[in-house]
Design a protein around this ligand. Sequence first.
Ligand code: G
Ligand code: G
Ligand code: NA
Ligand code: MN
Length: 255
Amino acid sequence: QMVLRAIRQALERRELVLWYQPKVALRSGALEGFEALLRWRRPDGYVAGPSFFAAALEDPQISLMIGDFVIEEAVRRAAAWRAAGFAFGRIAVNTATSQFRRGDLDVRVAETLRRHGVPASALMVEVTENVLISGDADNVRRTLEALKALDVQIALDDFGTGYASLTHLKDFPVDLLKIDRSFVSTLATRRESHAIVRGITALAHDLDIAVIAEGIETAAQRDTLRRLGVNYGQGFLFARPMPAEAAEETWLAPL
Ligand code: G
Ligand code: G
Ligand code: NA
Ligand code: MN
């Protein structure tokens, strides 16, 4: 509970920040958008990732506070980048089960976009399969449909690591499937990974769902994924998650 108190304090002290990792089109290398990733910039200068405060993300109350912060901050960033004339695609935010349980995520997102004057086409929401199987499937589906109706896109994160994956693709309005990095890291060494990525990609495309592979670290992985028809990529090969200012300097150019 020390961690919970520390996180609450970090929010109050504005020590929580979003870092941005580019997503690129595998064919052209062009920027497709960014994933916003939560970081805790501690007073001692150490920048901690979510694994450092995983317990806090499990706590419903804290995770709602963090979730609200992440949406607000990402949309604020989108507004600033639009004002600066940057073409950044979509900013994707990660979400937690608690945000769907509350039942008003779509309303909150719409309100935040409206308040900042940002179109929904600048935003993507990443959900894990944990969210989809959280026991409230009807509510999750309704929320995702409402987000999609706004023109927010939906990405299914960490695909392949969860439970009953394939049925989710027809039961929920998914625009983008994120192949988990465990498949990417074993692409060259395990025939199964290669087969699974090929199968998932073909299936997704048949369902009009685009595919991104995460955790791409080598050019060989990128080339294999491109050959398998994967549309987009994300990973250290292209760029690590970085502060917004660094993302602007290295990835964004005025329209
Ligand atoms: O950025 P990093 O690799 O440390 O992220 C570790 C995990 O934390 C990933 O599963 C990622 O999806 C999750 N994560 C990162 N940022 C957020 C966030 O803003 N909200 C939630 N709920 N999870 C996040
Ligand atoms: O679960 P999720 O996909 O949201 O996790 C995203 C996290 O994965 C990011 O926080 C980032 O730190 C991490 N990540 C991004 N690219 C790579 C990569 O190429 N290799 C590894 N090992 N981790 C990565
Ligand atoms: Na994610
Ligand atoms: Mn993921």
